[in-house]
Structures are given as structure tokens and as C-alpha cells.
Design a protein around this ligand. Structure first.
Ligand SMILES: C[S@@+](CC[C@H](N)C(=O)[O-])C[C@H]1O[C@@H](n2cnc3c(N)ncnc32)[C@H](O)[C@@H]1O
Length: 262
């Protein structure tokens, strides 16, 4: 089944853009909502993208707790971990934001980094904690939102945020927070995607081009490359961006957002 899905995604990615768009428009108009609802059932809010702006923090947390109870949202794979490790460089402290069930945090802890893993979902953190205990590594798990991290400025050498930035309610607040708590580097992995109203996920932010992601952080020094995750076995298959924002050089000040309060 997974192989069939991968073959379908690869086939779709090879189609000319206008044809791909036409098929998607037909699917969105007539089938997607029902297909997703049938596949996931009552716990999944198929109209998430219409409603998410009005959700309170409690409603947001409850929705992700339900998602983690019923489905799981693991996206980071071993190949991603290798790329992230290479991007981080030397040892130090890492804040793995939106750590989910702890895949990347636990791997980085095994590599000798000091890890803190915040996520909005206590259900995800419970799964992460159990796994870390089984694997004998120490990670400080914390419930919290990317948009308001209860942490001092520049309190971590590295900040990673993988397959989570596309889930946040407020992109500008989230990128400001990631920038604020990082000392050396910010490493972000996020899908390259167009907006679709109905899909099998709670994505709220869409990065169609690398410029959109670069602009969201507003840093002068960065790298951003497209990576192919179509053959991945976890939750996410498709193309993604790996963004590395560099903060170490004091002259690399963030270009402030128009209403940036930090
Ligand atoms: C697709 S999962 C990715 C999990 C993990 N990073 C991985 O790649 O396996 C997205 C994660 O973001 C978390 N999340 C969603 N909105 C969030 C927010 N505003 N602040 C913090 N975490 C959030 C979810 O609970 C979920 O664990």
C-alpha cells in the first residue's frame, strides 16, 4: 500500500504543472472532503483550514492530542536526521520545537546534544517520554506553543523545527520566537506545498517557493534547499525545504518585521 502511494505521488510530481493543477482542482471540488472524512472519521476536523484562526490554545491542544491518539504525526526520517545533524555542526544545546513523539530530539540526544523538546500535544510528549526512557536518553519535554515559548532570549545554541512550521496558527509570531531563543542556528524542515482546502493534515501555512520561507525568517545569512522526500515511509511524502538560518555573526541581525516587537 505504501509503495503504491509513493508511486502515485511520484507519478503526480512528474505531470506537467497545468495538468496537475487541473486534477487537483477537480479532486478538491468533488472528492477530497468526503475522501478525507471517510478515511479518518469523526476525530478529524476536515474543515480545519476554514476554522483554525478562531481556535483558542485549549482547542488547538485538544485537536492535536486527538490527532496523536488516533493517528500519529511522525514525519522526520533517518535521511532528514543526517542532514539536520550535518547542518548543526558542533555540540551544544538544542530546542526541538514541535518535537512530536520525539524522533529527532531522541536522535540528537544520542549524538550528545542537550535536548529540550516542546510540543503543543501532551499526548505526543507522553509517547516521546516513554520512548526516551526505553532508549536511555535524557530530554526535557515541555508542553508549549511555538508562538509563545516560555524561554529566555538566546537560550539555545540551536533551534530545530521540523514539519511543524506548516502547522502553526501565527507564522510571524512563530518565526520571531524561533529567532529569539536561538544563539547560533535555526534549522527548519517544512513541506513545499500549495494551499489546498481539504487534505489529510492540519497544515495552515504553505510554502510554495523557498522565498516565502526565507522571508518568513527575515535573516540575512541562511541557506535554503529543496529536498526530495517522496520515497519516505513516514507521514510526509513529497518535496520539502531545508532552511538553515545563521545567527552566530553579530552583524547578522534579523531584518525586523514591520510590526516586530522583539
Ligand atoms: C507533523 S507533526 C511533526 C512532529 C515531529 N517534528 C516529526 O517530524 O516527527 C507536527 C507537530 O506540531 C505540533 N504542533 C502543532 N501546532 C503547534 C504549535 N502551535 N506549537 C507547538 N507545536 C505544535 C503537533 O502536536 C505535532 O506534534
Amino acid at each position: 500500500m505504501a509503495a503504491l502511494r509513493t508511486a502515485y505521488i511520484r507519478f503526480k510530481s512528474m505531470l506537467p504543472e497545468p495538468l496537475r493543477e487541473m486534477l487537483s482542482a477537480v479532486n478538491q471540488r468533488f472528492f477530497a472532503r468526503k475522501t478525507v472524512q471517510r478515511k479518518y472519521g469523526g476525530w478529524f476536523d476536515v474543515d480545519w483550514r476554514k476554522k483554525f484562526r478562531s481556535f483558542s490554545d485549549e482547542e488547538w491542544q485538544r485537536a492535536y492530542d486527538e490527532a496523536w491518539k488516533h493517528h500519529g504525526n511522525r514525519c522526520v526520517e533517518e535521511t532528514d536526521e543526517e542532514m539536520i545533524l550535518a547542518a548543526l555542526g558542533g555540540p551544544g544545546s538544542v530546542l526541538e520545537v514541535g518535537c512530536g513523539a520525539g524522533t529527532l530530539a531522541i536522535r540528537l540526544a544520542h549524538e550528545g546534544f542537550q535536548l529540550t523538546g516542546p510540543d503543543v500535544s501532551t499526548e505526543a510528549l507522553k509517547q516521546a517520554e516513554e520512548r526516551a526512557r526505553r532508549e536511555g536518553v535524557t530530554v526535557e519535554w515541555r508542553q508549549g506553543f511555538v508562538e509563545h515559548l516560555p524561554l529566555p532570549d538566546q537560550s539555545f545554541d540551536y533551534v530545530t523545527c521540523c514539519h511543524t512550521l506548516e502547522h502553526v496558527k501565527d507564522l510571524q509570531r512563530s518565526t520571531s520566537e524561533l529567532r529569539r531563543v536561538a544563539r547560533k542556528k535555526i534549522v527548519v524542515l517544512t513541506p513545499q506545498q500549495k494551499f489546498r482546502m481539504y487534505a489529510e493534515n492540519y497544515h495552515t501555512q504553505f510554502f510554495e517557493t523557498r522565498e516565502q520561507l526565507i522571508e518568513a525568517f527575515g535573516l540575512k545569512e541562511y541557506t535554503c534547499r529543496e529536498i526530495d522526500c517522496i520515497d519516505h515511509r513516514n507521514e510526509f511524502q513529497g518535496k520539502a525545504f531545508l532552511y538553515v538560518g545563521l545567527l552566530e555573526d553579530p552583524s547578522n541581525e534579523a531584518v525586523p518585521f514591520p510590526n516586530d516587537r522583539l
